[in-house]
Design a protein around this ligand. Structure first.
Ligand SMILES: C[S@@+](CC[C@H](N)C(=O)[O-])C[C@H]1O[C@@H](n2cnc3c(N)ncnc32)[C@H](O)[C@@H]1O
Length: 477
């Protein structure tokens, strides 16, 4: 295969980013925006040792699930990758993606269920994180794929309209005051990012600035007030030369300090820095399934690791004997404590601030000891259930090893990255082990494998994008 060669290819599979994959003499050719089953005329634009990249010139046989992308910058902006697929095709791609990871990375033979898809496939995000720049005035946008080049936007149909209206108010403020956007090359300029978190009862707006003071903030407040929103405004001071969006330094300027939410009868509040799932409808589906799968009784103890603002901890605390929540961000733990207090759950849940690795190192032996003692005393011991909802990198292997010593009766793993989910589940069932040579497939460990996969369900938390959430239930063999 050579660069600029034109070939007719049948798409056999999807790559991680939703691009089509075909094979030429055994070599994989990645073709953005091509769909499984399609026959395409493709021009080869890059040839590497083990793979090539092609570009569609003509679709000779179209898949039925192909549709017209709705966004004018689709393909240029890196935010969405699969707007050319309809709802069913997206759901199918995401199921395949999770299945492929489970099989290829975790060496698991489980059958991944159909993807759970919500009603809303546009305007579903409750959080906007918009990088800002200067282009003859303030502009906002998302980065082009694999680059730091901004693609400017005026609208983005996966975001809600109210959050975007705040961006337009911020633009007016910048015009009126001449307060400029941050430039990452010169490290000059003030306005770095607009972060908006929207909820049923209002929104929290954070302006991330390269400094500690927002000049003429009254002008910005006046412009936002004109939108008629119930909101709170924070600035976040981020003066580092970094890709990290926010620092820990928040200052409240006006309005709401937190968002008060009500979910399934639970009152809770969210601060600007607490983690919140971005798609309410799918979050509800996952939480409900987690609770059902837990099959919790009043004797059971639940550990909710990576617990965020504590909502799921409270769901489990309500129905179990006791639920621990472990979270690294202190403000999120404070929200979880308030949640426990406001909902009469103080005696049933404990929120711990810390790194799961450190906290679990102490908590797991404690749970183990307590269980042994209760058994010795002939007490009616319940199950121990672990809920894991880690960030993209997954669960530290030390924690997995501790879990294999404790052997909780059930592990419910919620993940936004099927690759790390598959790796971690592979370790829990004994297909993979950390050795001196790194993570390796193992036959020996199978003998002591204590878990089996009960179910794996993908959830379309992020329609139009390549991302997928998944819930995996593991039971003792
Ligand atoms: C994917 S979120 C899940 C939050 C929560 N379960 C929810 O549904 O809203 C992951 C959470 O883990 C926290 N986190 C990240 N690394 C951590 C660590 N090493 N120890 C404890 N918590 C951590 C993050 O702050 C974040 O709140």
């Amino acid at each position: 295969m050579k660069k600029n060669e034109v070939v007719i290819l049948t798409i056999e599979n999807y790559g991680d980013g939703g691009e089509g994959v075909a094979r030429v003499d055994g070599m994989a050719v990645f073709i953005p925006f091509a769909m499984i089953g399609e026959v395409c005329e493709v021009v080869i634009i890059l040839v590497k040792k083990n793979y090539a990249i092609g570009k569609i010139q003509k679709i000779i046989e179209k898949d039925q699930g192909r549709c017209e992308p709705f966004c004018s910058v689709f393909g240029k902006c890196g935010g969405c990758q699969i707007q050319h697929m309809d709802k069913d095709a997206q759901s199918d791609f995401k199921r395949k993606k999770v299945q492929d990871c489970m099989t290829r990375i975790g060496f698991l033979q489980c059958q991944v269920e159909e993807t759970v898809v919500g009603e809303k496939t546009r305007r579903y995000r409750n959080k906007l994180q918009l990088p800002l720049a200067d282009n003859n005035g303030l502009v906002g946008g998302f980065y082009a794929p694999f680059s730091h080049r901004m693609v400017e936007i005026n609208d983005c149909e996966i975001q809600d309209e109210e959050s975007l209206s705040v961006f337009h108010a911020l633009r007016l403020y910048s015009n009126l005051t001449d307060v400029k956007a941050y430039d990452e090359r010169s490290h000059k300029g003030l306005l770095r990012h607009l972060v908006v978190r929207n909820s049923q009862n209002g929104m929290l707006i954070t302006i991330v600035i390269n400094g500690n003071f927002l000049p003429q903030s009254d002008v910005l407040i006046r412009e936002i007030d004109k939108l008629g929103l119930n909101y709170g405004l924070y600035i976040n001071e981020n003066t580092e030369m970094t890709n990290v969006i926010t620092s820990e330094k928040y200052t409240h300027l006006t309005g709401l300090k937190e968002l008060n939410q009500n979910d399934d009868g639970l009152e809770y509040s969210v601060m600007p820095q607490s983690f919140l799932q971005v798609n309410e409808e799918i979050k509800d589906e996952i939480y409900q399934r987690a609770v059902v799968e837990g099959e919790i009784t009043a004797n059971d103890v639940v550990v909710n690791a990576y617990s965020g603002a504590g909502l799921l901890t409270a769901y489990f605390a309500k129905i179990s004997k006791f639920c621990y929540g472990i979270e690294i961000i202190a403000e999120a733990t404070a929200s979880a404590d308030k949640l426990a207090k406001d909902n009469g759950l103080v005696s049933k849940m404990k929120n711990v601030t810390g790194d799961c690795k450190e906290v679990l190192k102490k908590l797991i032996p404690k749970l183990k000891k307590q269980r042994a003692l209760d058994l010795e005393l002939g007490k009616n011991v319940g199950s121990i259930i672990f809920v894991l909802d880690p960030p993209r990198k997954g669960v530290d292997s030390d924690i997995l090893e501790e879990l294999l010593k404790l052997l909780p009766d059930k592990i419910i793993y919620i993940s936004c990255n099927p690759a790390s989910l598959a790796r971690d589940v592979g370790m829990l069932v004994g297909n993979l082990a950390v050795t001196s040579k790194g993570l390796l497939k193992t036959e020996d460990l199978k003998k002591i494998s204590k878990y089996k996969v009960k179910s794996v369900t993908p959830y379309d938390m992020f329609p139009q994008t390549k991302h997928v959430e998944a819930l995996c239930v593991l039971e003792l063999n």
